[in-house]
Design a protein around this ligand. Sequence first.
Ligand SMILES: [Zn+2]
Length: 435
Amino acid sequence: MQTIDLRIDAGWIVPVEPHGTLPGHAIIVDGGRILAVVPTRAADLAYVARTRVALPGHALVPGLVNAHTHAAMTLFRGIADDIPLQAWLDDHIWPREAQFMGPEFVYDGTRLAAAEMLKGGVTCFNDMYFYPDAAARASLEVGIRAMLGIVLLDFPTPYASDADAYLQSGLAVRDAHKHAPTLCFALAPHAPYTVGNAAWEKVVMYARQLDLPIHTHLAETAFEVAQSREQHGGTPLARLHALGATGPGFIGVHAVHLDAADMDLLARHGGHVVHCPISNMKLGSGIAPVAALQARGVNVALGTDGAASNNRLDILGEMRMASLLAKVGSGDPAVLPAQQALEMATLGGARALGLERIVGSLVPGKAADIVAVDLSAGELLPCYDPVSHLVHVAGREHVTDVWVGGERVVADRVLTRIDAAALTARAHSWQERLK
Ligand SMILES: [Zn+2]
């Protein structure tokens, strides 16, 4: 008998790799990693667990990956709704950022976001915002895995004055945290239309030198594409390709208005798309061509975007919306079935972030990022197919327990690492200042 750290028995395990469900199995965890996924009887014969958790009415799924958000913007949740993207940025978001944004804003906003995400089963997020040092501090404290953006824009903000200052600040944060096992970094130029060619060339140089992904908004609106054709003689993606930014480390967010040549280019060069269905619907941006991208073999992940344009950080909800929107967009109910939606929210997100060897599925050797979803309540019965229920029936209110790297960071719906009441008080204090 082998002594191990943790054994979790569940009604069903949904490993994502392979597809389908494993009834009557247990996950064996040791040293923060998944050691085995085995039938209950085999676990009884082989392992003695220091901690044992039995969840007979639950499904265990891999930790969900929110592949695009602006975590600190959670403090802007609901502050300005029902406005087109450009006016929303120009008149509501950017003026408030100029006035209020700073390390404490980012620290509190990111803690609030991380708390919401963990309680909804999101164990890893890809962030694009200012003061990544404050976001790093918040993520480490709450216990969530994060890819933090080394953000840059061509115009000054309270955070940095020009492209070089953005890059140097971000790279210094990366250096300070390079040994943190739950943090990693990407270059995050905001968008093709807010970053000029000279700064893009620097981004490409650092991406190659330091082997970092490039995370950017891409072709979110029809206006952006028309403007790019006029100013640069091609689509935003064609321009980024000419600058050398595309490749297997390229993460294009939204990708609503891609033409066939753009999609072929992504397929040929191994770039990833992050689909943000609810943000796209809320801002009236359009329907991303998810089925056409997947048919070409392009990896598509799921993101919430910031809570200021969503207004939730709920990847379980995004899975359902992605599936429904793909069916509406294509007129084909067979498009984006539940298993595929679940894969986008887990392994697809891990692939986009270059973390597929560490997270994204429940297989031996990967980090024990595990989410327990209670499928026993009346509104989930009967349950013929847990995967279908995870996408179309269950909500984040059914998430009860979450482990990141084998540590139980949510236990019976309660965050184990932070004082929720103190965080609530901070959110109220920001509400008073920002309103
Ligand atoms: Zn965004």
